[in-house]
Design a protein around this ligand. Sequence first.
Ligand SMILES: O=P(O)(O)O[C@@H]1C[C@H](O)[C@@H](CO)O1
Ligand SMILES: O=c1cc[nH]c(=O)[nH]1
Length: 345
Amino acid sequence: MMSNHTQISNSEQSNFTSNLNSHVKGLNVDYYYHLGLNSTFDLKSNFGDVKYVLMCGSAVRAYEIIQRVIQSLKIRLPVGQTLAPIGKTERYSMFKVGPVISISHGMGKPSASIMLHEITKLLSAAGVYDPIYIRIGTSGGVGIEGGTVVIANGVVNGLLEPYHPVDVLGKIINRPAKVDLKIAKEIYDLRGDIPAIMGTTMSTDDFYEGQARIDGAICDYDMEDKLEFLKRAYDAGVRNIEMEGNCCAAFCTRLNIHFVMVCVAYLNRLNGDGVSASPQQLTQYESNAITLVLRYIQKKMGLEPTCDSQGEFSIPHALHSKPLDTAIINSGIEQILTEEEKVAK
Ligand SMILES: O=P(O)(O)O[C@@H]1C[C@H](O)[C@@H](CO)O1
Ligand SMILES: O=c1cc[nH]c(=O)[nH]1
């Protein structure tokens, strides 16, 4: 069932800079404080060629994504150079190769919103004209199986409304949250062997009560209430639930920036709440969403799509999950052993 909230936003080419806060233009120095950068850096030569801004919650995934970008766009780093995050990394991790930025936004809308303000001002100062922002996330599926990628054709908040409410000067502004349907459809058409659907994504303010889980530390409803809500969401077109999409969509809609969201489902929330898939499975699930986006970028850059659904690079599982019994203290330095290393010992 298609969403009631399916909407098209954004023109073919968008000069988002003309929509930007005019106060910023009057600043001597603009500080992108949480990125650890400011407008006195040579932004034009370092960021002027950016076209794609890939966003995700986790810093580890941002690194994985940029590694996969390097491979799929066949970019060769200058000999002797390795990839390093740009700016400071306490809050976000940002990487750039060619026309692609991969940046983490942390968990939840407040964190995502700060990153969006700062990266967008930075790109504007760098002279970037028409960027495409793509959130590559994880989510809980509603009526779909783990591993299925949902390309959002609409975004709603936890009240099932197609807005992102923002508190400004003591009042709530309900900003419309739209996705670029043309790009979303183009990505969907590249799904090939990857299980993918288009559907509405619900963005909540919380992982537990906000997503109708019954396994949080607080829960004032029962299983029947939970399923009633999830079924109501399903009937409204919702196919997955995450925590940043409506904020990103509303931000981009307000500035006329192309925005799409590609989130893999970790589980079917109609069957349970706990994320019980193995680290290997979760890596593969995340890879599905990354692969789809890389296929799109390859196509736009006139390259043969080379990404198979297994991914060409994956995070060592040890980075995803560090079982307690594999952590040892060695001369004061904590080491995490992989299964292979344990066997070797
Ligand atoms: O991009 P990620 O995987 O961080 O997106 C979802 C929404 C929350 O940030 C987080 C909750 O587990 O995952
Ligand atoms: O159920 C889930 C899984 C990942 N991220 C979410 O926000 N919810």
